[in-house]
Write a protein that binds this ligand. Structure first.
Ligand code: NI
Length: 200
């Protein structure tokens, strides 16, 4: 009697589980976007806490951060920008947007050189400002599988690493801007004009 009941239960549970699992896998393929906090929001001025363990919740956060960054056409996003005070950033400076860099508990080890150029932030949409950053950065971080790795970057990647890591300590690029913030529309118009003048 007991054996019979166990068998029935086993078959029954198995069938339901496989259907649920299928539904769950379908769900996971859908994008999950999080709200991007804007400049002035308190959460952007706070120190983030180290990630102690890469839990399913942390993995979900990273997935959502990548979806949110790509959807907003950004090259980087830090966890506080989606309201989570954890030391996590995602970066992708590749032209195709297919080389995500996931940095958990990142730390800059070395910097070298200097670059001065326009920089923007998804938390300050439509604006840019001139910021001087190191031209080379060597950093260490933990990836989504818990493996520690070293990354070296120049130019845009170096800039993105510095910009995103600043967010983890409650800092925004506006604190470092040389001169005034400009509207991206004006910047594009100005660059087009310079381009035309250079072509003449
Ligand atoms: Ni930013």
């Amino acid at each position: 009697m007991i054996t019979f009941s166990v068998e029935i239960n086993t078959i029954h549970v198995y069938n339901i589980d496989s259907e649920d699992l299928f539904a769950e896998l379908e769900m996971e393929k859908e994008m999950a976007l999080r709200n991007i906090r804007e400049y002035g929001d308190d959460v952007l001025a706070k120190e983030c806490r180290a990630v102690k363990e890469i839990t399913p919740r942390v993995k979900e956060l990273v997935d959502d951060m990548l979806d949110t960054m790509y959807e907003a056409n950004g090259v980087g996003l830090a966890a506080p920008q989606v309201g989570v005070l954890k030391r996590i950033v995602v970066i992708d400076v590749s032209p195709e947007g297919d080389q995500p860099l996931i940095m958990i508990n990142p730390e800059i080890l070395e910097t070298d050189g200097e670059q001065t150029g326009y920089e923007g932030c998804l938390s300050l949409p439509g604006k840019s400002g001139v910021v001087t950053r190191p031209n080379y950065v060597k950093a260490k971080a933990t990836d989504i599988d818990g493996t520690e790795y070293i990354v070296e970057g120049e130019e845009l990647l170096a800039r993105a690493i510095c910009h995103e890591l600043d967010h983890l300590d409650g800092h925004m690029y506006v604190e470092k801007v040389e001169g005034d913030l400009v509207d991206n529309e004006d910047l594009v118009a100005q660059q087009e004009k310079e381009h035309e003048e250079a072509a003449d």
